[in-house]
Design a binder for this molecule. Structure first.
Ligand code: NAD
Length: 304
């Protein structure tokens, strides 16, 4: 069985490392924040004092870090994973980052005889808690065969999108739709609030037409519309992803008119202090700005 170094134990990484421990994998866990290390150590992981300590002796290193800068530093830095991981091992980056960073790190890994897989994650943090994530994987056929069982311990749907880098690019396409939908929903439900419409009836109507989308159908009724703005996926991370998406698209000479506008709306919400809230709270940010009541389901308000 592989020995796994797990680096980055935030909202996503912590439950994933915990699920690997529960399923009998040998895990060495590290985060710059010590609190979640203790949590996964209580489930049997070895508490590593540094990323280097999590890397040495591992055959697979998983990174679940916030952004491109963190991934470049942890994997490709002067004292990074690539320096300490033995040839024949494999790195799986599950973070959402710039695909050009993925390409660069994969090339550096190949030069050292180390495999590199991009496996960003779809669905919500609550799915990661339950081991029901979706993975978009970029990997050589041999690397994919080697890590498939490991991914099955963390998720129910594993898509092999193609060679290294295709997972990350698929993730940007996915998050473009997911995040721009949030801004669209925020405007639509704020308009409904401004009109004084019944939230329940509005959801009922749009749920029966082509207007509905996954955010409003699946995510929002159990999050912001219930008054739960705990992330989940933060507005800060949504801003990071939309920035990556617009930049990557522009670099490919592809304009993203709606994406650029949505990114600025997300940016404004961050500027007004909503960055750490769940990204469904985009609707609260807009309602608060316009002094319109926040949309809340009546059953949630009644504490049902
Ligand atoms: P998070 O901010 O909760 O967790 C990131 C963790 O990385 C934190 O615990 C932080 O302390 C740690 N970290 C930062 N720099 C580090 C370093 N140099 N060394 C070690 N640890 C370091 O973020 P998250 O919500 O867990 O998201 C992680 C990634 O997954 C992001 O790229 C995000 O876009 C993506 N993602 C998130 C969700 C979601 O719903 N939260 C869903 C899919 C994908």
């Amino acid at each position: 069985m592989e020995t796994i170094g797990f680096i980055g134990l935030g909202r996503m990484g912590r439950p994933m490392a915990a699920n690997l421990c529960r399923k009998g994998f040998h895990v060495a866990a590290f985060d710059i924040n010590p609190a979640p290390i203790a949590e996964v150590a209580a489930l049997g992981a070895r508490a590593a004092a540094s990323a280097t300590e999590a890397t040495k002796g591992s055959t697979v290193v998983i990174t679940m870090l916030p952004d491109s800068a963190a991934v470049e530093q942890v994997i490709g830095g002067a004292d990074g994973v690539l320096v300490h991981l033995a040839p024949g091992s494999i790195i799986i980056d599950m973070s959402t980052v710039d695909p050009l960073v993925t390409d660069r790190l994969a090339a550096a890994a190949a030069a050292r005889g180390i495999g590199y897989v991009d496996a960003p994650v779809g669905r919500l943090a609550s799915h990661a808690d339950r081991g029901e994530s979706l993975f978009m994987v970029g990997a050589s056929p041999a690397d994919f065969a080697r890590i498939e069982t490991l991914l099955q311990a963390l998720g129910t749907t594993i898509h092999h999108c193609g060679r290294v880098g295709t997972g990350m690019r698929t993730k940007l396409v996915n998050n473009y739709l997911a995040i721009v939908s949030c801004q669209l929903n925020a405007e639509a439900l704020t308009l409904a609030q401004r009109f004084g419409l019944s939230l329940e009836k509005t959801l009922d109507v749009i749920g029966g037409t082509t207007a509905v989308n996954g955010q409003i159908k699946i995510a929002w009724p159990s999050k912001v519309l219930r008054g739960d703005t705990v992330p989940g996926f933060t507005i800060d991370l949504a801003h990071k992803d939309l920035t990556l998406i617009v930049q990557a698209a522009n670099a490919a000479k592809m304009p993203m008119a709606l994406g650029a506008a949505a990114r600025e709306a997300v940016s404004a919400a961050r500027g007004r202090g909503y960055g750490a809230q769940d990204f469904s709270s985009m609707v609260d940010a807009l309602c608060d700005l316009l002094d319109v009541p926040r949309p809340r389901l009546a059953e949630a308000a009644a504490g049902v």
